[in-house]
Ligand binder design. Structure first.
Ligand code: DGY
Length: 328
Protein backbone atom coordinates (compact mmCIF):
# COMPACT_ATOMS: atom_id res chain seq x y z
CA UNK A 1 0.00 0.00 0.00
CA UNK A 2 1.43 3.39 -0.98
CA UNK A 3 1.94 6.13 1.62
CA UNK A 4 -0.91 8.57 2.22
CA UNK A 5 -0.59 11.72 0.15
CA UNK A 6 -1.15 15.20 1.52
CA UNK A 7 -3.44 16.80 -1.07
CA UNK A 8 -4.68 20.35 -1.52
CA UNK A 9 -7.91 20.82 -3.48
CA UNK A 10 -8.09 24.49 -4.35
CA UNK A 11 -11.91 24.76 -4.56
CA UNK A 12 -14.72 22.54 -3.29
CA UNK A 13 -15.42 19.68 -5.73
CA UNK A 14 -18.23 17.12 -5.86
CA UNK A 15 -18.82 14.92 -2.79
CA UNK A 16 -18.27 11.55 -4.44
CA UNK A 17 -14.74 12.14 -5.82
CA UNK A 18 -13.85 13.99 -2.64
CA UNK A 19 -14.91 11.02 -0.50
CA UNK A 20 -12.81 8.70 -2.69
CA UNK A 21 -9.83 11.00 -2.31
CA UNK A 22 -10.22 11.13 1.47
CA UNK A 23 -10.07 7.31 1.66
CA UNK A 24 -6.44 7.31 0.61
CA UNK A 25 -5.21 10.84 1.26
CA UNK A 26 -5.10 13.60 3.85
CA UNK A 27 -7.11 16.26 2.09
CA UNK A 28 -7.43 20.00 2.57
CA UNK A 29 -10.17 21.64 0.55
CA UNK A 30 -9.82 25.37 0.24
CA UNK A 31 -13.27 26.82 0.86
CA UNK A 32 -13.34 30.24 -0.73
CA UNK A 33 -16.06 31.30 -3.12
CA UNK A 34 -13.67 33.53 -5.03
CA UNK A 35 -10.66 31.24 -5.16
CA UNK A 36 -7.38 31.49 -3.31
CA UNK A 37 -5.48 34.78 -3.47
CA UNK A 38 -2.05 34.10 -4.97
CA UNK A 39 -0.12 35.01 -1.79
CA UNK A 40 -2.18 32.57 0.22
CA UNK A 41 -1.94 29.88 -2.45
CA UNK A 42 1.86 30.07 -2.31
CA UNK A 43 1.61 29.38 1.44
CA UNK A 44 -0.98 26.61 1.44
CA UNK A 45 0.70 24.48 -1.26
CA UNK A 46 3.77 23.97 0.94
CA UNK A 47 4.51 20.33 1.72
CA UNK A 48 1.73 18.84 -0.47
CA UNK A 49 2.27 15.72 -2.56
CA UNK A 50 -0.57 16.52 -4.93
CA UNK A 51 -2.63 19.54 -5.93
CA UNK A 52 -6.05 19.44 -7.53
CA UNK A 53 -6.17 22.83 -9.22
CA UNK A 54 -8.78 24.83 -11.12
CA UNK A 55 -8.43 26.85 -14.31
CA UNK A 56 -8.30 29.96 -12.11
CA UNK A 57 -4.90 29.07 -10.60
CA UNK A 58 -1.66 29.73 -12.40
CA UNK A 59 0.62 26.72 -12.04
CA UNK A 60 4.17 27.87 -12.73
CA UNK A 61 7.74 27.59 -11.43
CA UNK A 62 6.98 29.91 -8.51
CA UNK A 63 4.06 27.79 -7.32
CA UNK A 64 5.93 24.50 -7.80
CA UNK A 65 8.92 25.82 -5.85
CA UNK A 66 6.61 27.04 -3.08
CA UNK A 67 5.09 23.54 -2.84
CA UNK A 68 8.49 21.87 -2.45
CA UNK A 69 10.35 18.88 -3.90
CA UNK A 70 7.89 16.26 -2.56
CA UNK A 71 5.16 17.47 -4.98
CA UNK A 72 4.38 14.67 -7.46
CA UNK A 73 1.31 15.75 -9.41
CA UNK A 74 -0.84 18.72 -10.34
CA UNK A 75 -4.23 17.39 -11.43
CA UNK A 76 -6.04 20.23 -13.19
CA UNK A 77 -9.82 19.96 -12.79
CA UNK A 78 -10.49 21.16 -16.38
CA UNK A 79 -9.75 20.02 -19.89
CA UNK A 80 -8.13 23.37 -20.73
CA UNK A 81 -4.67 23.73 -19.23
CA UNK A 82 -3.56 27.16 -20.39
CA UNK A 83 -3.17 27.95 -16.66
CA UNK A 84 -0.53 25.23 -16.30
CA UNK A 85 3.02 25.77 -17.50
CA UNK A 86 3.93 22.25 -18.63
CA UNK A 87 7.56 23.18 -19.18
CA UNK A 88 7.87 24.34 -15.55
CA UNK A 89 6.10 21.19 -14.32
CA UNK A 90 8.46 18.93 -16.27
CA UNK A 91 11.50 20.90 -15.10
CA UNK A 92 10.32 20.40 -11.51
CA UNK A 93 9.67 16.68 -12.10
CA UNK A 94 5.94 17.19 -11.45
CA UNK A 95 3.32 15.39 -13.53
CA UNK A 96 0.44 17.49 -14.84
CA UNK A 97 -2.94 16.10 -15.88
CA UNK A 98 -6.28 17.47 -17.14
CA UNK A 99 -9.84 16.14 -17.53
CA UNK A 100 -10.49 15.52 -21.25
CA UNK A 101 -13.30 13.38 -22.77
CA UNK A 102 -15.58 13.33 -19.71
CA UNK A 103 -16.86 16.84 -20.48
CA UNK A 104 -16.92 16.75 -24.27
CA UNK A 105 -20.66 16.24 -24.80
CA UNK A 106 -21.71 18.52 -21.97
CA UNK A 107 -19.56 21.37 -23.28
CA UNK A 108 -20.86 20.79 -26.81
CA UNK A 109 -24.42 20.95 -25.42
CA UNK A 110 -23.60 24.32 -23.85
CA UNK A 111 -22.16 25.65 -27.10
CA UNK A 112 -25.31 24.57 -28.93
CA UNK A 113 -27.54 26.08 -26.25
CA UNK A 114 -25.73 29.41 -26.67
CA UNK A 115 -26.02 29.13 -30.44
CA UNK A 116 -29.78 28.54 -30.24
CA UNK A 117 -30.31 31.23 -27.60
CA UNK A 118 -28.38 33.86 -29.58
CA UNK A 119 -30.02 32.99 -32.91
CA UNK A 120 -33.55 32.91 -31.51
CA UNK A 121 -33.16 35.84 -29.09
CA UNK A 122 -34.04 33.73 -26.06
CA UNK A 123 -32.25 35.91 -23.48
CA UNK A 124 -33.75 39.06 -24.89
CA UNK A 125 -37.22 37.49 -24.99
CA UNK A 126 -36.94 36.38 -21.38
CA UNK A 127 -35.79 39.81 -20.22
CA UNK A 128 -38.60 41.42 -22.18
CA UNK A 129 -41.30 39.20 -20.70
CA UNK A 130 -40.02 39.60 -17.15
CA UNK A 131 -39.93 43.39 -17.57
CA UNK A 132 -43.74 43.36 -17.50
CA UNK A 133 -44.06 45.42 -20.69
CA UNK A 134 -47.31 45.11 -22.63
CA UNK A 135 -47.19 42.68 -25.56
CA UNK A 136 -49.26 40.68 -27.95
CA UNK A 137 -48.17 38.13 -30.58
CA UNK A 138 -47.18 39.88 -33.80
CA UNK A 139 -45.77 38.74 -37.16
CA UNK A 140 -42.76 41.04 -36.85
CA UNK A 141 -42.07 40.55 -33.18
CA UNK A 142 -38.50 39.75 -32.12
CA UNK A 143 -37.45 37.89 -35.24
CA UNK A 144 -34.36 35.72 -34.97
CA UNK A 145 -32.35 33.62 -37.40
CA UNK A 146 -33.01 30.03 -38.42
CA UNK A 147 -30.52 27.45 -37.22
CA UNK A 148 -31.65 24.38 -39.15
CA UNK A 149 -30.16 23.87 -42.63
CA UNK A 150 -27.74 26.79 -42.21
CA UNK A 151 -23.94 26.64 -42.37
CA UNK A 152 -21.86 26.32 -39.22
CA UNK A 153 -18.12 26.97 -39.17
CA UNK A 154 -16.26 25.26 -36.35
CA UNK A 155 -12.91 26.76 -35.42
CA UNK A 156 -10.79 24.04 -33.82
CA UNK A 157 -11.97 20.54 -34.67
CA UNK A 158 -10.89 18.56 -31.63
CA UNK A 159 -13.17 16.49 -29.41
CA UNK A 160 -15.58 19.30 -28.51
CA UNK A 161 -15.62 20.81 -32.01
CA UNK A 162 -16.51 17.39 -33.43
CA UNK A 163 -19.25 16.91 -30.84
CA UNK A 164 -20.75 20.26 -31.89
CA UNK A 165 -20.59 19.09 -35.53
CA UNK A 166 -22.63 15.97 -34.64
CA UNK A 167 -25.30 18.16 -33.07
CA UNK A 168 -25.28 20.45 -36.10
CA UNK A 169 -25.68 17.47 -38.41
CA UNK A 170 -28.87 16.59 -36.53
CA UNK A 171 -30.16 20.08 -37.38
CA UNK A 172 -29.47 19.45 -41.08
CA UNK A 173 -26.66 22.02 -41.04
CA UNK A 174 -23.78 22.19 -43.47
CA UNK A 175 -20.62 21.82 -41.35
CA UNK A 176 -17.24 23.31 -42.25
CA UNK A 177 -14.19 23.61 -39.99
CA UNK A 178 -10.68 24.94 -39.65
CA UNK A 179 -7.96 23.16 -37.77
CA UNK A 180 -4.19 22.97 -37.90
CA UNK A 181 -4.55 19.35 -38.99
CA UNK A 182 -6.65 17.65 -41.62
CA UNK A 183 -8.91 15.17 -39.81
CA UNK A 184 -9.09 11.58 -41.14
CA UNK A 185 -11.74 10.93 -43.80
CA UNK A 186 -13.71 8.71 -41.34
CA UNK A 187 -14.06 11.61 -38.87
CA UNK A 188 -15.17 13.95 -41.64
CA UNK A 189 -17.68 11.37 -42.91
CA UNK A 190 -19.08 10.68 -39.45
CA UNK A 191 -19.43 14.35 -38.50
CA UNK A 192 -20.36 15.47 -42.01
CA UNK A 193 -17.70 18.19 -41.82
CA UNK A 194 -15.30 19.56 -44.44
CA UNK A 195 -12.06 21.48 -43.81
CA UNK A 196 -11.75 24.96 -45.32
CA UNK A 197 -9.44 27.96 -44.90
CA UNK A 198 -10.30 30.46 -42.15
CA UNK A 199 -11.33 33.25 -44.55
CA UNK A 200 -13.75 30.96 -46.37
CA UNK A 201 -15.19 29.78 -43.06
CA UNK A 202 -15.76 33.36 -41.89
CA UNK A 203 -17.38 34.41 -45.16
CA UNK A 204 -19.66 31.38 -45.58
CA UNK A 205 -20.78 30.60 -42.05
CA UNK A 206 -24.13 31.59 -40.56
CA UNK A 207 -22.76 30.37 -37.21
CA UNK A 208 -19.16 30.37 -36.07
CA UNK A 209 -18.38 28.27 -32.99
CA UNK A 210 -14.92 28.51 -31.41
CA UNK A 211 -13.29 25.40 -29.90
CA UNK A 212 -9.55 26.08 -29.99
CA UNK A 213 -7.11 25.91 -27.10
CA UNK A 214 -5.75 29.21 -25.86
CA UNK A 215 -2.14 29.53 -27.06
CA UNK A 216 -0.04 32.55 -28.06
CA UNK A 217 -1.17 31.86 -31.66
CA UNK A 218 -4.90 31.81 -30.88
CA UNK A 219 -4.97 34.88 -28.58
CA UNK A 220 -7.23 37.42 -30.35
CA UNK A 221 -7.75 35.05 -33.27
CA UNK A 222 -11.07 36.89 -33.57
CA UNK A 223 -10.95 40.67 -33.87
CA UNK A 224 -12.14 43.57 -36.01
CA UNK A 225 -10.88 42.03 -39.26
CA UNK A 226 -12.59 38.67 -38.68
CA UNK A 227 -15.90 40.28 -37.70
CA UNK A 228 -15.75 42.41 -40.85
CA UNK A 229 -15.40 39.21 -42.93
CA UNK A 230 -18.40 37.54 -41.28
CA UNK A 231 -21.97 37.91 -42.56
CA UNK A 232 -24.02 40.62 -40.88
CA UNK A 233 -26.53 37.86 -40.11
CA UNK A 234 -23.93 35.63 -38.46
CA UNK A 235 -23.83 34.43 -34.86
CA UNK A 236 -20.55 33.89 -32.99
CA UNK A 237 -20.31 31.35 -30.16
CA UNK A 238 -17.33 31.09 -27.82
CA UNK A 239 -17.14 28.35 -25.21
CA UNK A 240 -13.37 27.82 -25.42
CA UNK A 241 -11.29 30.52 -23.71
CA UNK A 242 -12.13 34.24 -23.54
CA UNK A 243 -8.85 35.70 -24.81
CA UNK A 244 -9.34 33.96 -28.20
CA UNK A 245 -11.75 36.83 -28.89
CA UNK A 246 -10.92 40.55 -28.74
CA UNK A 247 -13.86 41.44 -26.52
CA UNK A 248 -13.83 45.20 -27.20
CA UNK A 249 -13.90 44.52 -30.97
CA UNK A 250 -16.75 42.04 -30.47
CA UNK A 251 -18.80 44.55 -28.47
CA UNK A 252 -18.33 47.02 -31.31
CA UNK A 253 -19.26 44.48 -34.00
CA UNK A 254 -22.44 43.55 -32.11
CA UNK A 255 -23.40 47.17 -31.43
CA UNK A 256 -22.87 48.26 -35.04
CA UNK A 257 -24.69 45.27 -36.53
CA UNK A 258 -21.55 43.93 -38.20
CA UNK A 259 -22.66 40.53 -36.90
CA UNK A 260 -26.13 39.53 -35.68
CA UNK A 261 -25.47 38.10 -32.21
CA UNK A 262 -23.04 36.27 -29.95
CA UNK A 263 -23.31 33.53 -27.33
CA UNK A 264 -20.46 33.65 -24.83
CA UNK A 265 -19.52 31.31 -22.00
CA UNK A 266 -15.99 32.69 -21.51
CA UNK A 267 -14.48 36.16 -21.25
CA UNK A 268 -11.21 37.83 -21.98
CA UNK A 269 -10.55 39.03 -18.42
CA UNK A 270 -12.69 36.54 -16.54
CA UNK A 271 -14.56 37.03 -14.27
CA UNK A 272 -14.88 40.57 -15.65
CA UNK A 273 -17.02 41.06 -18.74
CA UNK A 274 -16.54 43.96 -21.13
CA UNK A 275 -19.21 46.48 -20.00
CA UNK A 276 -20.30 47.01 -23.62
CA UNK A 277 -21.41 43.38 -23.86
CA UNK A 278 -23.57 43.57 -20.76
CA UNK A 279 -25.81 46.27 -22.20
CA UNK A 280 -26.32 44.63 -25.60
CA UNK A 281 -29.52 42.66 -26.21
CA UNK A 282 -27.79 40.56 -28.89
CA UNK A 283 -25.12 39.18 -26.55
CA UNK A 284 -26.08 36.04 -24.62
CA UNK A 285 -23.63 35.79 -21.72
CA UNK A 286 -23.28 33.03 -19.13
CA UNK A 287 -20.63 32.59 -16.42
CA UNK A 288 -18.32 29.82 -17.78
CA UNK A 289 -20.87 27.02 -17.36
CA UNK A 290 -19.60 24.84 -20.25
CA UNK A 291 -19.11 21.67 -18.19
CA UNK A 292 -21.35 22.61 -15.27
CA UNK A 293 -23.65 19.62 -14.82
CA UNK A 294 -23.88 17.24 -11.88
CA UNK A 295 -22.80 14.17 -13.88
CA UNK A 296 -19.94 15.91 -15.63
CA UNK A 297 -18.55 17.56 -12.52
CA UNK A 298 -18.65 14.14 -10.80
CA UNK A 299 -16.76 12.68 -13.75
CA UNK A 300 -14.19 15.51 -13.82
CA UNK A 301 -13.58 15.15 -10.08
CA UNK A 302 -13.25 11.37 -10.38
CA UNK A 303 -10.78 11.67 -13.24
CA UNK A 304 -8.67 14.16 -11.26
CA UNK A 305 -8.71 11.71 -8.31
CA UNK A 306 -7.79 8.77 -10.60
CA UNK A 307 -4.80 10.79 -11.75
CA UNK A 308 -3.69 11.44 -8.16
CA UNK A 309 -4.12 7.75 -7.23
CA UNK A 310 -2.07 6.70 -10.28
CA UNK A 311 0.74 8.99 -9.15
CA UNK A 312 0.58 7.43 -5.67
CA UNK A 313 0.72 3.93 -7.15
CA UNK A 314 3.60 4.74 -9.48
CA UNK A 315 1.54 4.08 -12.59
CA UNK A 316 1.10 6.47 -15.48
CA UNK A 317 -1.83 8.83 -14.80
CA UNK A 318 -4.62 8.27 -17.35
CA UNK A 319 -4.57 11.81 -18.74
CA UNK A 320 -0.94 12.79 -18.30
CA UNK A 321 0.05 15.93 -20.20
CA UNK A 322 3.83 15.78 -19.74
CA UNK A 323 4.97 12.15 -20.13
CA UNK A 324 8.59 13.32 -19.65
CA UNK A 325 7.80 13.81 -15.96
CA UNK A 326 6.61 10.22 -15.47
CA UNK A 327 9.34 8.32 -13.68
CA UNK A 328 7.68 4.90 -14.23
C1 DGY B 1 -12.49 23.30 -18.99
O1 DGY B 1 -12.60 22.19 -18.48
O2 DGY B 1 -11.46 23.69 -19.54
C2 DGY B 1 -13.68 24.19 -18.94
O3 DGY B 1 -13.44 25.44 -19.45
C3 DGY B 1 -14.22 24.26 -17.54
O4 DGY B 1 -15.01 23.18 -17.35
Amino acid sequence: MSERYDVLVTRPIMDEPLARLRERCDVTVHENEFGIPRDELLQVVRGRHALITMLTEKVDAELLAAAGPQLRIVANHAVGFDNVNLHDCTAAGVMATNTPDVLTDTTADTAFALLMAAARRIGEGERFLRSGRAWIWGPLMMLGRDVHHKTIGIVGFGRIGQAVARRAKGFGMDVIYTDAIQLPAEVEAETGARRVEMDELLERSDFVSIHTNLTPETRHLFGKEQFARMKDTAVLVNSSRGPVVDEAALAEALASGEIFAAGLDVFENEPEVHPGLLTLENAVVIPHLGSATVDTRDAMGNLAVDNVFAAMDGVRPPTLLNPEAFAG
